[in-house]
Design a protein around this ligand. Structure first.
Ligand code: PMP
Length: 349
């Protein structure tokens, strides 16, 4: 880290951190902490990647409005990139994603158009495409855009190779939202580190890949209908109600060695455990990916090196079930600590 011409130069180059107390004995478990990106998630990479690819291809004119459908992190990343580069941004987002996401995007100058929860991810994508057509806006199409996978091949994958140079990397563990991370990193690993096994996690309630049911698709790669194996799950940013084209590409490449399903309860539990036992403060999909990595660690041969992606910061979930059990007022125990010395007590304490 040093001096940068603008904030966009600080995207990527996130740290890999060893897990100490939560790792089973005999294996080396590492996490790549994407919360270190300037706007706190792995999607900052994609935001820069899709906008710069569109600029280079002449698809995005100076001052043209950018539009995207997003569960939040892409919109927040795009809001930063568009603010820095001077493009207006409109985001469509299903109303069930956390309120702090909307506020962050609006604070960064974006417009947020909500879509009804019942329509899920499918409706927000349809709405964004419709608005793009009606107004001549540039849609970044994160679920199909090759520039999404490309930025992960150029940055995320290179960083991983550099951090494990001269060492084994036995397993790489990820989830998928668009599949940009999955496709972009796994094709580089397949070519340059063929011994690394690629493990993909998905929600127990929405095992789209595990179901073996293929996604129907328009010629442009977008989904025709919602996938039958989808049920709502709490991992915001993972597994939408269709199999994105980029995810299907990774499956078709034969890149995936194992699929692990993770329950919503385990996702919450391990986000909390990472915070309290390792001091690593990350979101629900990070907890979910970590739960999957622990499953891998349990039956990995001794001495294995495992790398687990942690996609975003826990600060994005203050109004979600992740914080449901965290009180705002003093607990009994805290009141007792307060009463144990004379000063600064509340009358009611
Ligand atoms: N976790 C979170 C919190 C996300 O927002 C996303 C992206 N939607 C992902 C994981 C998955 O990343 P990708 O789109 O590269 O598959």
């Amino acid at each position: 880290m040093g001096r940068f011409d603008n904030i966009l130069g600080t995207i990527g180059n996130t740290p890999v951190v060893r897990i100490n107390r939560l790792a089973p004995e005999g294996v080396n478990l590492f996490v790549k902490v994407e919360a270190f990106n300037p706007l706190g998630s792995i999607k900052d990479r994609l935001a820069l990647g899709v906008v710069e690819a569109a600029e280079q291809a002449g698809q995005l004119r100076p001052g043209q409005t950018v539009i995207e459908a997003t569960s939040g992190n892409t919109g927040i990343g795009l809001a930063m990139v568009c603010a820095q580069k001077g493009y207006p941004l409109v985001v469509t987002m299903a109303e069930q994603f956390s309120v702090e996401r909307r506020k962050l995007m609006r604070f960064l100058g974006a417009k947020v158009v909500l879509t009804p929860a019942a329509g899920r991810a499918f409706a927000m994508v349809t709405k964004a495409a419709e608005l793009a057509r009606a107004h001549g806006w540039f849609m970044t199409r994160q679920f199909e855009n090759e520039a999404n996978a490309d930025i992960h091949s150029r940055t995320t994958a290179r960083e991983i190779l550099a951090d494990f140079r001269g060492e084994r990397l036995d397993y790489w563990v990820t989830g998928y939202g668009t599949g940009g991370t999955l496709k972009g990193v796994s094709r580089v690993l397949a070519a340059e580190r063929p011994d690394t096994r690629i493990v993909v996690c998905e929600p127990e309630d929405a095992p789209l890949l595990g179901s073996g049911v293929e996604q129907d698709r328009h010629p442009d790669g977008s989904a025709v209908t919602a996938h039958p194996a989808f049920k709502p799950h709490p991992m915001q940013g993972w597994t939408p109600d269709f199999i994105p084209k980029l995810t299907a590409d990774a499956v078709a490449m034969g890149a995936i060695d194992r699929i692990v399903t993770v329950s919503g309860a385990d996702a919450m539990r391990y986000a909390g455990e990472l915070a309290r036992k390792e001091g690593i403060f990350v979101g629900i999909t990070a907890g979910a990916t970590f739960a999957g990595a622990l499953r891998v660690a349990m039956d990995a041969p001794p001495g294995s090196n495992i790398l687990c992606m942690l996609p975003d910061t826990g600060e994005r979930y203050l109004t979600t079930p992740l914080f449901a059990d965290v009180p705002a007022e003093m607990t009994e125990e805290e009141q007792e600590i307060s009463r144990s010395t004379p000063s600064a007590q509340f009358a009611s304490v």
